[in-house]
Design a protein around this ligand. Structure first.
Ligand SMILES: C[S@@+](CC[C@H](N)C(=O)[O-])C[C@H]1O[C@@H](n2cnc3c(N)ncnc32)[C@H](O)[C@@H]1O
Length: 350
């Protein structure tokens, strides 16, 4: 049986490869058993803990005193013991930090949510603007460690909650519409609260939620659903599917005044600030929108407003490539099919 390698480094080709020096491997073995007994062990990814006998030590230039990273599968990259944010290796981290990505709905996700809800006589397609749990899981995996708490104040039918199930995180969501709340309960056992996020502080206290490690959500894009194009409305009406989230006044999607919408939305995110851990992240997925021939830079205006409390750290642009396009403006004026969203990334800093 080949000897187990305890030590890895970066080769010239920038691939993680085993180090063959016997003395270095002996020293690495000692260092690994110290790590096993230290407090740091608790904080490492579950997959590493569960396969500890296969884990090796890593340093890019093979300086053993400085080696503070672990390797499970060399092709997946190395995990730094000092990783404060997530359970990703450097390679997985790098893949996520590109400033844009293309993502379209995944059929397996749609099938899964349909199957679960249909059994109970409900229809997940009723919600007019849902996201994929696969996409949510990517964000959750970057901004949290296993076991941490993720909060979505605009839960919808629970894509964030299913993302938490898939990644081993604790989910908490608030949803106004009772039907979407019921659909979520069919999909997940995470904590979902029926109510308005304008009362977020009260609702979280009542449900004994004291701390949030990360929040990700997509609010209604102002009153955009009230102005959906004929096609969208016709197709959905034919199938008796919802065209709006609700007709309630407290539904954020029914606030017609732009400034009022921005203020009330910001107020919801400001309430989250008090529950978010220091240095915790808040991601808001939103679009710039058009109304009455005018462009409203909703994403940018919200970014500026939330900057009163949070630090705007970055943006990640989400592009959809499989949305049907319409000849808007033809043949008179330039106007786009908006098929990109801003994932605004804020942090609670001192
Ligand atoms: C863009 S959708 C979120 C969809 C969700 N990400 C999903 O994948 O299912 C916005 C949601 O906010 C909900 N909503 C609107 N006003 C609300 C309020 N005041 N409090 C809580 N939820 C609200 C709507 O009912 C809708 O489900």
């Amino acid at each position: 049986m080949p000897k187990k390698t305890n030590y890895f480094f970066h080769s010239v080709s920038r691939k993680i490869v085993p180090h063959t020096d016997e003395e270095l491997n002996r020293l690495a073995k000692n260092k690994l058993s110290q790590i096993r007994k230290s407090e740091a062990f608790e904080g490492i990814p579950k997959s590493f803990k569960e396969n500890w006998d296969r884990v090796g030590l890593y340093h890019p230039t093979a300086v053993i005193e400085k080696a503070e990273a672990l390797v499970l599968d060399p092709d997946d990259g190395a995990y730094a013991l000092g990783n404060k944010i997530n359970h990703l290796t450097g390679k997985q981290w790098t893949r996520f930090i590109k400033s844009w990505f293309v993502f379209d709905a995944i059929q397996s996700d749609i099938k899964e949510e349909k199957a679960i809800t249909q059994k109970a006589g409900l229809n997940s397609e009723d919600h007019p603007a849902t996201y994929s749990p696969t996409m949510m899981a990517e964000f959750i995996g970057f901004f949290t460690k296993e076991g941490e708490t993720v909060f979505d104040p605009f839960n919808g039918i629970g894509s964030t909650m299913v993302g938490c199930d898939r990644t081993g995180r604790k989910g908490v969501g608030i949803e106004l519409n009772e039907k979407y709340y019921e659909i979520t309960k069919l999909r997940t056992k995470q904590k979902v609260i029926h109510g308005s996020s304008e009362n977020l502080t009260e609702l979280l206290h009542k449900n004994k939620i004291k701390k949030i490690d990360f929040s990700i959500s997509s609010p209604p894009y102002w009153d955009i659903l009230q102005r959906s194009t004929g096609d969208f409305e016709k197709k959905r009406s034919k199938k008796s599917l919802d065209i709006q989230y609700s007709d309630k006044e407290i539904d954020m999607g029914n606030i017609n005044d732009y400034e009022e919408f921005l203020d009330r939305l910001a107020n919801i995110y400001f309430q989250i600030f008090d529950f978010l851990k220091p240095d915790g992240y808040l991601v808001v997925i939103i679009k710039n929108v058009k109304k009455g021939g005018k462009n409203y830079p909703l994403a940018w205006d919200l970014a500026k407003k939330l900057g009163q409390k949070y630090t705007l750290k970055d943006e990640k642009i989400w592009c959809q490539d499989q949305v049907g396009l319409a000849p808007f403006g033809y043949p008179y004026a330039y106007t786009t099919n908006i098929v990109h969203h801003y994932c605004l990334i804020f942090r609670k800093e001192k």
